[in-house]
Design a protein around this ligand. Structure first.
Ligand code: G4P
Length: 533
């Protein structure tokens, strides 16, 4: 087979997606079941240490100490039916959502997991909107059907009312709670009966058969059977027909009902998903679209995780491959620094294990050892070329604190710590002009990050800090940067600072004052994300 065809075929078989959900909807459980079907694990209950959202901050930190575990869950890979699948984990805790949002940039589609009893919840709404913005297809899995749930028509309505997306149910639940009997598969026109045997630890073999089989009237009982026939007739008549084009545009979501815990509906979902979800698509650069099938490797860094293993102080940069083929130890050109670098110790992640990868293809996620040279958003292109992938979002910080070292002798470690943590994208650093480096202003999207910062500085960098929360809620980068405190007037409502690259930033306490400043200074622009350097 010619090389280009072989490359195209490999890329065509790649599916890279994120599962988005509100904490507790069953993301860990579903991920685990997908891995189970992929043969990546043999028994459910193996994927641990990911329930950060359920713990208090201190517990979460204890868990993070064992980051070897949680990071393997940042991305998981497995093969199924000739497909190579990359599942991106999106941390569930709302305070870590900035990281989550960036992770979504690396995905080609999303699975939106909803707790059937709770419907669309807050965190799901936020994540959904990021997926929407990116225009990626969203597949809906309504979970926990083995328990009492909302009416499925009401859930469809909720998707439309709350999220503004129409749903096309691909299967339809029969009964609910203790009365849950299974689903009707609308594409194949057959009934799949529910059994909770094996407590969801092993793969289930569902009993199936066509709906007109008289056996089912008997098995389901007159009432449920009639209800099902009525529901299906209504859906066929009044519901949206499945339209793959609309799904690809993110205008219609295929909706599946199942129960991750008992494995019910997981395999049919996976198979449908793999056939409908898109293979890696072209990615935008300022110079035009980059086709995944371009032979030369390119990609971008969307996540950096430091100190995954405290004993080795290692730092991993996660790269989404956008085109071509990746080879171990290859040299790439880093657009930001204009330097060639070698990608050392490339790793892929399989359930609990990390493996060195020899090769990977467009669509795949790899982790490379980072000696401190990568930043989030870095484009890596073939040596001799120079371009930049667009669209890695930065989120404006909403909480600010003055962070001061207790022991001035530890200044070096302090700066190293805050800079490294800032490079991971967890915090944004600001400095008051003419102030020293013993005290810096830190901006975060979620306030819990301040506690995480304090903890990490102490444990990873051996630096004790004092943290004083500041009253600001908004940061705006000023262009052109000729703003002085005099111009705003001496006020407690704003503060002029510089970011890590000496760009000028004004912090505001309230929106009203910020608007007034913007109105009174028409010769300057106030940007909520940093201007490109
Ligand atoms: P998350 O990652 O989205 O936070 O959710 P996770 O998978 O941890 O699931 C949250 C809880 O919901 C767990 O119960 C899990 O067992 C349960 N769950 C997941 N899928 C289903 C399902 O299909 N049906 C039912 N009935 N429950 C489901 P837990 O009691 O909090 O934890 P555990 O002790 O079971 O591990």
């Amino acid at each position: 087979m010619p090389q280009t065809e072989e490359l195209a075929e490999k890329i065509q078989r790649r599916r890279t997606f994120a599962i988005i959900s509100h904490p507790d909807a069953g993301k860990t459980t579903l991920t685990e079941k997908l891995l189970l079907y992929g043969g990546a694990i043999r028994l459910a209950g193996t994927v641990k240490g990911r329930k950060a959202e359920k713990y208090a901050v201190s517990d979460w930190m204890e868990i993070e100490k064992q980051r070897g575990i949680s990071v393997t869950s940042s991305v998981m890979q497995f093969d199924y039916d000739g497909f190579h699948i990359n599942i991106l984990d999106t941390p569930g805790h709302q305070d870590f959502s900035e990281d989550t949002y960036r992770t979504l940039v690396a995905a080609d589609s999303a699975v939106m997991l909803i707790d059937g009893a709770k419907g669309v919840e807050a965190q799901t709404i936020k994540l959904f909107h990021v997926c929407r913005m990116r225009g990626i297809p969203i597949f809906t899995f309504v979970n926990k059907m083995d328990r009492f749930t909302k009416d499925p028509f009401d859930l469809m309505e909720e998707l439309e009312q709350v999220l503004g997306i129409r749903a096309c149910p691909m299967n339809w639940p029969i009964g609910s709670g203790t009365d849950f009997k299974g689903v009707y598969n609308r594409t194949q026109k057959r009934i799949e009966l529910f059994t909770s045997e094996g407590h969801g630890q092993k793969m289930v073999a569902a009993t199936t058969g066509t709906a007109d089989d008289p056996r089912f009237r008997e098995l389901l009982g007159e009432k449920l059977y009639d209800q099902l026939c009525e529901d299906i007739a209504l859906l066929d008549e009044a519901g949206d027909a499945f339209d793959l084009e609309k799904v690809k545009q993110g205008e219609l979501t295929p909706m599946y009902f199942g129960s991750a815990m008992t494995n019910f509906g997981v395999q049919p979902f996976l198979e449908d998903f793999l056939s409908y979800a898109p293979a890696p698509a072209p990615r935008k650069t300022a110079e035009g679209d980059m086709e995944p099938t371009q032979a030369a490797f390119s990609g971008f860094v969307f996540k950096i995780q430091a100190n995954m293993n405290p004993a080795h102080r290692d730092r991993i940069a996660f790269i989404r491959i956008c085109s071509g083929r990746f080879e171990k130890e290859m040299t790439v050109y880093q657009t930001r620094t204009k330097k060639n670098i070698r990608l050392a110790q490339p790793q892929q992640f399989l359930a609990q294990d990390r493996n060195i990868v020899e090769e990977a293809y467009a669509g795949d996620i790899i982790g490379v050892f980072d000696p401190g040279v990568f930043h989030i958003g870095d484009t890596l292109c073939p040596p001799g070329q120079s371009f930049h992938f667009e669209g890695i979002p930065m989120f404006p910080a909403e909480h600010f604190a003055n962070v001061t070292i207790k022991d001035a002798m530890k200044r070096k470690q302090f700066l190293k710590g805050v800079e490294q943590i800032a490079e991971e994208g967890a915090i944004q650093l600001f400095k008051q002009p003419f102030a020293g480096y013993e005290s810096l202003i830190v901006g975060v999207v979620g306030v819990l990050q301040l506690e995480v910062l304090e903890y990490r500085l102490k444990n990873e960098y051996k630096v004790d800090v004092r943290m004083e929360q500041l009253p600001y809620g908004y940061a705006r980068w000023v262009v052109p940067a000729k703003f002085t405190t005099e111009r705003i007037g001496y006020t407690n409502d704003a503060l002029v600072v510089q970011d890590a690259y000496d760009r000028q930033v004004v912090l505001f306490t309230n929106e009203w004052f910020m608007r007034r400043t913007v109105d009174e200074n028409k010769d300057a622009q106030f940007l909520d994300i940093p201007p490109v350097l």
